[in-house]
Design a protein around this ligand. Structure first.
Ligand code: NDP
Length: 397
């Protein structure tokens, strides 16, 4: 049905390329481009069959992107490089009239702050150009937002409380490693916590609120309230929510490492002079930490991510839980990478499929929960991320 240009050849890019290559009826032609072409070539070779072409591109550079897009003429640019490149890639899509999608909202490099406002500001220009941008189509954001829409459509007349619960009960055998890009991950988890309560945001200190939550097939795990980007669009798109929170599990060992990293200044994003050269401590730290894309080989255990929702159906209070569990070993066996990259890459491929087939269409900038969740939920089951749901249960929250 068309051509897709995937930008970014990290753990997520690898999964996206593998999964798109499995569907030649939709993704007839695939180009994988990134800063380091050899990484694209490795992925293409692992997929085999000349399914994936490769190219080098600096996605911070709009003219370079425009030249690549004009040359390849894709139907969609699927961005899985870093959030710093969201706006340059959107600019290039506008200039060339090509649809855009990503899995993480824009973050300026010099401020550890992620918000949709920069990307939502492109709405009118995308609309005028007659193209669409689909934002945040990984797992969280992405599937968690679609789970919420599915709940609103099929299970509630009105939703009041949403708790997104994200557990990684995997073991990669390393003393400390992050499951996706370390720089982005550490910026995210060291931020202050924030949640939605009665029409306003309530701020907490980092990891100030923690609670034991029980995850299906895993058991109880200490979970901490953190701010996560999908909360911003979900409270806007589901105004009946009077509370919306996000919980993530962290082990004691992980939090201890994180505290030390912060206390000794290694999480800093302001440049420091070292032997006459400016270096950013967090960027240097990324260079010495394990590459998340390579964690897969001995990774055991599973992830469990879902939405716990309280609301009203037919005049009665109702509780509802929808979730997916993903085993790191299964993800590795299929794509050569671990579960966190897998749970991000599969929904990115499905989102791309929704655009390519026209099941999701529009002109402007959209979050995933603005579309019909049904075809997406059906594909999750077919493409490796089966989901389960239960009603009338103790949500623990
Ligand atoms: P990685 O660090 O493994 O990969 C990032 C890739 O982007 C690398 O190949 C890197 O190139 C490339 N890249 C970086 N800068 C540029 C540039 N200027 N031009 C071209 N390519 C560039 O990250 P992940 O694969 O773990 O994550 C990818 C994205 O997915 C991130 O945006 C992350 O926030 C998002 N994500 C979303 C999740 C969700 O559920 N929604 C969950 C997890 C991740 P090089 O190899 O040269 O460094």
């Amino acid at each position: 049905m068309g051509k897709v240009l995937i930008i970014g050849a990290g753990g997520v890019g690898r999964v996206v390329a593998f999964k798109c290559a499995q569907h030649p009826d939709v993704f007839e032609d695939i180009l994988l481009a990134s800063r380091t072409k050899s990484k694209c070539d490795q992925i293409a070779a692992a997929i085999g069959g000349n399914r994936v072409k490769t190219a080098k591109v600096d996605a911070d550079n709009v003219p370079e992107l425009v030249a690549l897009i004009k040359d390849y003429q894709p139907d969609l640019v699927l961005h899985v490089a870093l959030p710093y490149q969201d706006l340059t890639i959107m600019d290039a899509c506008l200039e060339t009239g090509v649809n855009y999608m990503d899995t993480a909202n824009y973050e300026p490099k010099d401020v550890a702050k992620f918000e949709y406002k920069w990307q939502w500001a492109y709405h009118d220009r995308f609309k005028e150009a007659g193209i669409m941008a689909l934002l945040g189509c990984g797992f969280d954001p992405g599937v968690t937002s679609i789970f919420t829409k599915h709940a609103a459509k099929h299970h509630f007349d009105e939703m009041h409380m949403l708790d997104i619960v994200d557990c990684n009960a995997g073991d990669h055998g390393k003393a400390f490693a992050t499951n996706f890009n370390p720089e982005i991950n550490i910026r995210e988890v060291t931020q202050k916590g924030k949640y939605w309560k009665n029409g306003q945001w309530v701020e907490t200190e980092p990891h100030e609120i923690g609670k034991m939550l029980t995850y299906p097939g895993i058991g109880p795990k200490k979970s901490y309230l953190i701010y996560h980007e999908e909360l911003e669009s979900l409270v806007k798109n589901f105004p009946s929510l009077n509370q919306a929170r996000f919980w993530m599990t962290f082990g004691d060992e992980y939090l201890t490492h994180l505290r030390v990293i912060q206390n000794i200044g290694m999480a800093g994003i302001a440049p420091v002079k070292f032997k006459g050269v400016d270096i950013v401590p967090l960027e240097f730290l990324k260079a010495v930490l394990p590459d998340p894309g390579e964690l897969g080989e001995n990774y055991t255990g599973e992830t469990s991510i879902g939405c716990r929702i309280r609301g009203v159906k037919d005049g009665k209070e109702k509780t509802y839980y929808v979730w997916n569990n993903c085993r790191h070993e299964d993800a590795y066996a299929e794509t050569g990478t671990q579960g966190v990259s897998y749970t991000t890459g599969v929904p990115a491929m499905i989102g791309a499929r929704m655009i390519m087939t026209g099941e999701w269409s529009g002109q402007g900038v959209f979050n995933v929960e603005e579309f019909n969740p049904d075809p997406f939920m059906a594909r999750l089951k077919l493409d490796g991320l089966p989901w389960h749901e239960e009603t009338g249960i103790d949500l623990e929250l």
